[in-house]
Design a protein around this ligand. Structure first.
Ligand SMILES: Cc1cc2nc3c(=O)[nH]c(=O)nc-3n(C[C@H](O)[C@H](O)[C@H](O)COP(=O)(O)O)c2cc1C
Length: 218
């Protein structure tokens, strides 16, 4: 049993208060808490319940430093090169806000300091052309992040490491048919708060019955 107990949250409260947390303290996470979080994650759905997945727990500093370098490259390609443009953008309900950009950049610079990373891995996935492949693991990934939140631990679903997929596979000794589906740094938040994730209004993205169908929320 973990010494830390999960917060008594309703599911709905948790769903509305689990944003990405990118400012993480290096404070270690108790093994028993990690096991509890992972045990909640693997209750998530998998096509045909085949559970062709693995959950790699990374704590080794050298391994983290190496992968963090590859992650930085991915970040630089996708966002770093657009720094000035993103920071000057007007406020908007979607896309990366200047605040989120600074948080993402902070995570790039401090990724290896997060005490634990979880790398969810799917088997029979390398080279797959199934566009719905991720549906067999991202439900469980979200369960992991919600379970972490219950223990006061912050997380972010990231994937800037993926440009070095083969290198990560070799470094972690993953099976040849596997694909890393995310890299999730876990840690106790060092700043920020559990604000409700900002999204476009639900009425704007819901299509009732068919794409051109609308319905007032009431
Ligand atoms: C497929 C996917 C990839 C993502 N990759 C990264 C990433 O590499 N780095 C990062 O900081 N956040 C990453 N995120 C987190 C998103 O930026 C975040 O969920 C989004 O900005 C909404 O913010 P919120 O989670 O705080 O509500 C990713 C999210 C998804 C779903």
């Amino acid at each position: 049993m973990p010494t830390a107990q999960p917060a008594p949250l309703t599911v709905i409260e948790a769903l509305h208060s689990t944003p990405s947390r990118r400012y993480l303290s290096p404070q270690p996470i108790e093994d028993a808490v990690l096991w509890a979080i992972l045990d909640a994650a693997v209750r998530g759905p998998h096509g045909g319940n085949r559970q062709a997945w693995g959950w790699v727990v990374v704590t080794d500093s050298d391994v983290k430093q190496q992968i963090a370098q590859w992650y930085r490259e991915g970040w630089q390609r996708a966002y770093g090169v657009r720094r000035a443009e993103i920071l000057a953008a007007p406020p908007s309900a979607d896309g990366v806000s200047p605040r989120a950009f600074h948080a993402m950049e902070h995570l790039v610079e401090h990724l290896a300091e997060a005490p634990v990373w979880i790398i969810p891995v799917l088997r029979n996935a390398a080279g797959s052309d199934n566009p719905r492949l991720g549906s067999s693991i991202y439900g469980a990934v979200q369960q992991l992040m919600l379970a972490a939140r219950a223990y006061g631990i912050g997380s972010t679903l990231t994937n800037f490491h993926s440009g070095h997929e083969d290198d990560v596979r070799a470094l972690l000794g993953l099976p040849a048919d596997s694909l890393t589906m995310a890299l999730i740094p876990l840690g106790y938040p060092s700043q920020g708060r559990r604000a409700e994730p900002k999204r476009r209004p639900v009425e704007e993205v819901v299509h009732w019955g068919r794409w051109d169908g609308t319905r007032p929320r009431g």
